[in-house]
Design a protein around this ligand. Structure first.
Ligand code: NAD
Ligand code: UFG
Length: 340
């Protein structure tokens, strides 16, 4: 079976490629490399001993997509390609809607032309918004996320529902990720953000490796056990396996039609200070930090109810917080400058 992986050179995409290739799936990667390096793909090839069919292109380039579908026998699409900095999306909302919503529409149109009906979408816990209490359950109404990034994820989920209503052959899975961290246990692939990291773990590992002075902990007076924000952190390899579970599920449910959403998280809420303590314990590296003002748009606490993914996809996050820290650190210490 041939799977098109848009954004496959990125953080979650590259880890998912390892799992797909190990399971015997053939992959075609389509990525414009705006936030990734082709080196990630070379490393995946080395790790798996398989070759990757890579096409550099943009999901908004409809001619290139039409050509891609016409020259391959693609059965399923996993759509990672997107811009993903929540804060940045408030500064340049049009760019985010252009890339993430319009890009998804272009891809869905190309799939429709080519008669490809199986779609796995990278959604996010942000779709629940602040009105819903944790743990988040898939039956909750989607909220109104404050950022254009989150709003775009809600829009694409809605587009998928409408598409499924109009096309009785369409089959889609929306995977709502919580907070992926860590890296492949080899330390050969991992998260390589350009510029100053927005996310917590890459910032911590860059402090640990000496590239940044200290971590700024955003907010210390939230209504949580220690005053810092709480999130549901999961190992990126668990998340990658969640994609294989979704693809396997679509492949083994030929009568399924429509859209199903699944939370991919551990079900545990962890605070920022607990993350720092857990990194220090797993690596014996001390992290200098300072508590500063809260970051605009951050919710105090959210975590997943991941029972549906367990019951339906037979998927559970298995790896411990200590493994997440050890693997993130192995990647960063082996590759202080990422892929460059
Ligand atoms: P990433 O930036 O590492 O990967 C995204 C990839 O898409 C990159 O390789 C980038 O070059 C590519 N890309 C971006 N725009 C493109 C376009 N127009 N055409 C072709 N390629 C394009 O990000 P990631 O962390 O791997 O995230 C993957 C997906 O998961 C995104 O959709 C993101 O919104 C979603 N997500 C991520 C998180 C997280 O915490 N990392 C959480 C929830 C959801
Ligand atoms: N944080 C800090 N200092 C930093 C970076 C982050 O204290 O330098 C804190 C944040 O305030 C937050 C927590 O660490 O409380 C996690 O922040 P991240 O930026 O790592 O993650 P977010 O929860 O803000 O968002 C991430 C992804 C989104 C995704 C969401 C889903 O960036 O794309 O998880 O749960 F939608």
């Amino acid at each position: 079976m041939q799977v098109l992986v848009t954004g496959g050179a990125g953080y979650i995409g590259s880890h998912t490629l390892v799992c797909l290739l190990d399971q015997g799936y053939e992959v075609v990667v389509y990525d414009n490399l705006i936030n990734a390096s082709a080196e990630a793909l070379s490393r995946v090839e080395k790790l798996t001993g398989k070759t990757i069919d890579f096409v550099q292109g943009d999901v908004r380039d409809t001619d290139s997509l039409d050509d891609l579908f016409a020259t391959r026998s693609i059965d399923m699409v996993i759509h990672f390609a997107a811009l993903k900095a929540v804060g940045e999306s408030a500064q340049c909302p049009l760019e985010y809607y252009q890339n993430n919503v319009h890009g998804s529409l272009c891809l869905l149109e190309a799939m429709a032309k080519a008669g490809v009906n199986n779609f796995v979408y990278s959604s996010s816990a942000t779709v629940y918004g602040e009105a819903n209490p944790s743990p988040y359950v898939e039956t909750m109404n989607l909220g109104s996320p404050s950022s254009p990034y989150g709003a775009g994820k809600v829009m694409v989920e809605r587009i998928l529902l409408d598409k499924a209503r109009a096309n009785p052959n369409f089959r889609a899975v929306s995977l709502r990720y919580f907070n992926p961290i860590g890296a492949h246990p080899s330390g050969d692939i991992g998260e390589d953000p350009t510029g100053i990291p927005n996310n917590l773990l890459p910032f911590i590992t860059q402090v640990a490796v000496g590239k940044r002075d200290k971590l700024r902990v955003f907010g210390g007076e939230y209504p949580t056990s220690d005053g810092t924000c709480v999130r549901d952190y999961l190992h990126v390899m668990d998340l990658a396996e969640g994609h294989v579970a979704a693809i396997d599920w679509l492949a083994t449910q030929p009568s399924f039609r429509g859209v199903e959403a699944f939370n991919l998280g551990t079900g545990n809420g962890i605070s920022v200070l607990e993350i720092i303590a857990s990194f220090e314990a797993a690596t014996t590296v001390k992290i200098a930090y300072q508590t500063v003002e809260p970051r605009a748009g951050d919710l105090p606490a959210f975590w997943a109810n991941a029972e549906k993914a367990s019951n339906v996809l037979n998927w559970q996050a298995k790896r411990s917080l200590a493994e997440m820290m050890e693997d993130a650190w192995r990647w960063q210490s082996k590759n202080p400058n990422g892929y460059s």
